[in-house]
Write a protein that binds this ligand. Structure first.
Ligand code: ZN
Length: 297
């Protein structure tokens, strides 16, 4: 049996087939028809069947999406591809493919992939964060996603930033309805706005700017590292993971020396040696993790 993963992104849908050892057999992608729900189901069905036809083998199917299924309704919620919200996406894909599929959010896929054979390989408890357009996270314990009773396990982006300074408090109003969510401090648009001012959304070049003496870039990076460390210290105090993995565009920032040291200031007890590492599989973590949603069965 091969393992097929589907990463349903806002602009492209990618499918990968892994063999039992996790080696890539085939990858295919297609544009996501993001305004047409029925066409999205058909795109996924066509990609999966195409991969199986090319390999002449059937597979298990896992799907990663930027959102989650509500345990109350079974329908997608919180997807930033809005057309998915309110649909029983897992059931519709299962009906199209004629088999059960597993579906979870992209941060859980990152955690699964990195725990299996990525930067967190060999660690029991893995906390993986996506810092990019938004901020999400997933927890994997001994190869299994800790999804939680309400399926919000790891929804780290919408906790408030801890140990806020007077200048930070109470934090801006978030799209989720609360104030001061960590996403509003840790996402790419948040860093861009902190560096260049309100309304700026892209922080490309901030490291180079800081290196060439731009003091506003350097202080924005300093604040970012400190805020990320505070957010992660809250995680260490709660579940004390064996490793923290960073993925997403902002995981390319130079965070890996200073953030582990900064975390220790807020961790209860006399020692904090938790490693903070960059995701090994980069942008492929989502699709690899989706392929692994049936691992351990
Ligand atoms: Zn929020």
């Amino acid at each position: 049996m091969i393992k097929i993963g589907v990463d349903l992104g806002g602009t492209k849908t990618e499918v990968v087939a892994l063999d039992e050892a996790g080696q890539v057999l085939l990858r295919r992608r297609a544009p996501t028809p993001y305004t047409d729900y029925g066409a999205i189901i058909e795109t996924i069905g066509t990609l999966v069947e195409g991969v199986e036809a090319e390999l002449s083998r059937k597979g298990t199917v896992g799907v990663g999406i930027p959102g989650s299924l509500s345990p109350a309704t079974g329908l997608v919620r919180n997807a930033n591809s809005q057309v998915l919200n309110g649909h029983p996406l897992d059931k519709d894909i299962a009906a199209r493919l004629g088999r059960a599929v597993r579906l979870t959010n992209d941060a859980n896929c990152l955690a699964m992939s990195e725990a299996a054979d990525g930067a967190a390989a060999g660690h029991g408890t893995v906390f993986a964060v996506i810092i990019g357009t938004g901020t999400g996270a997933g927890v994997v314990v001994n190869g299994r996603i800790l999804d939680g009773f309400n399926r919000v396990g790891g929804e780290f982006g919408h906790n408030p930033l801890p140990w806020m300074t007077a200048e930070e408090y109470p934090g801006p109003l978030c799209w989720c309805g609360l104030h001061g969510c960590q996403e509003l401090f840790l996402s790419g648009p948040a860093l861009a706005a902190d560096w260049k001012g309100k309304g700026h959304r892209h922080c490309d070049g901030i490291v180079e700017a800081a290196a060439s003496g731009d003091a506003t870039a350097q202080s924005a990076l300093d604040r970012y590292a400190d805020r990320l460390a505070r957010a992660l210290a809250g995680v260490v105090n709660l579940i004390d993971p064996d490793v923290i993995v960073l993925g997403g565009g902002l995981s390319n920032l130079p965070l890996y020396d200073r953030v582990p040291r900064l975390i220790g200031r807020h961790v209860f007890g006399d020692v904090c040696r938790t490693p903070v590492v960059q995701a090994k599989h980069g942008d492929s973590s989502g699709v690899f993790g989706a392929a692994r949603l049936w691992d351990g069965e």
